[in-house]
Design a protein around this ligand. Structure first.
Ligand code: GDP
Ligand code: ZN
Length: 356
């Protein structure tokens, strides 16, 4: 059982597992999902499980199938490093996205996350709106957020930027680090204590992989964890989406997580269409659809040839897609800003209450 605790096991899962324990079944945690099989961490070491068996034939939607970070109930296959997945234990937390299609369904991107590192880079202007969206994402999913500002080595105004983040953080801790130069990383260790699972979220290029590589540096491993880690060493070519941190705890980084950010955050839009977004700000009406409204700066730019029709078309298309995904993914995305903030304030107050 000790091994399981290193993988994030706790009383919550222990209680859920109780009904399975007597039948000789074991618990394992999903490290990565492949097309036809999963790689799992278990007390029997690293094993694989094919996507076959009752669970996979009887389950109608993806939501109930194992995702990275899930705890699953397995029936080990004797003398093989393999098992059959019998059930998925209820998730403590999850990040999910909607899969587009005729019938939209929830797809879990990662499960059982305790903490989210919301990462930004200090060599760019701080995007407060983006951080707010990530904070909401974390709070909505009962995941504890931590703001991490990376690339401190490239910034002359670290303290100022930190204050800008604190303005919108509602007491969420803000750390300034340099993942590349290994500065400030010790401060982040506390969030892994008690074998917590941390997900790293943030736009591409902010240094997520660099941070993960630093934290998972094998040379810093505790001797007691070597046996657990040795199995992992065998698959050096295969990339784990749930990685064991040598000092304790786990880190989640999945490609799916990057997608949920795009839809949830929608921040790709402003970057790709900076010119149009700038025009939109000049439209007379804030809710301008850029169709036939008077005082539309976008239409005007189109008329004078500053932007072209096709570019505007793809902008609108992307905008609609994002709206579609946001509304499917999270009904709350449609409520107005005011209500959103009311909720955040309430959540924070509640969290403070717990702390006392
Ligand atoms: P990701 O897309 O968020 O995973 O970002 P990467 O980890 O791939 O980093 C993107 C680039 O930023 C790489 O060239 C890194 O070397 C660089 N980088 C990451 N952290 C730091 C840092 O603390 N300081 C500086 N100067 N560069 C960094
Ligand atoms: Zn307009």
């Amino acid at each position: 059982m000790n091994k399981l605790f290193n993988l994030g096991w706790n009383d919550f899962f222990e209680a859920l597992f109780a009904e399975y324990a007597p039948s000789g079944l074991k618990a394992a945690r999903v490290a990565v999902e492949h097309r036809n099989y999963y790689e799992l961490y278990s007390e029997l070491g690293d094993i694989t499980a094919d996507k076959s068996g009752k669970l996979f034939y009887n389950t109608e939607n993806d939501f109930n199938l194992p995702a990275v970070g899930d705890w699953v109930v397995i029936r080990p296959i004797p003398n093989e490093k393999k098992a059959v997945i019998e059930a998925v234990l209820e998730r403590k937390t999850k990040f999910s996205r909607k899969r587009a299609g005729a019938k939209t369904e929830e797809q879990v991107v990662a499960a059982n996350i305790d903490v989210a590192f919301i990462m930004s880079s200090l060599n760019q202007d701080l995007n407060q709106r983006r951080i707010e969206r990530y904070l909401t994402l974390a709070w909505d999913n009962n995941v504890t957020p931590v703001i991490v500002l990376n690339k401190a080595d490239l910034c002359k105004f670290t303290e100022e930027t930190k204050s800008e983040a604190e303005e919108i953080a509602f007491g969420t801790p803000v750390h300034t680090i340099s993942a590349l130069n290994n500065i400030g990383l010790n401060e982040l260790k506390q969030y892994f204590e008690g074998n917590k699972t941390v997900a790293v979220i943030g736009s591409s290029g902010v240094g997520k992989s660099t941070l993960i590589n630093r934290l998972c540096d094998v040379t810093k491993m505790k001797v007691s964890d070597i046996s657990l880690y040795k199995d992992k060493g065998r698959h050096t070519t295969s990339h784990r989406e749930l990685t064991i941190v040598p000092d304790g705890g786990l880190i989640i980084d999945t490609p799916g997580m990057r997608e949920i950010q795009l839809w949830e955050g929608g921040d790709g839009l402003a970057e790709t269409f900076e010119d149009i977004e700038a025009l939109v700000l000049q439209c007379k009406f804030t809710d301008c659809k850029h169709e036939s409204e008077p005082g539309c700066a976008v239409k005007e730019a189109l008329r004078t040839g500053v932007i072209d029709e096709l570019r505007l078309k793809s902008y609108k298309k992307l905008l609609n897609e994002i709206k579609y995904f946001e509304s499917k993914q999270n009904k709350k995305a449609q409520i107005d800003e005011k209500r959103k903030w009311k909720k955040i304030t309430k959540d924070v107050k509640e969290k403070m209450k717990y702390k006392r």
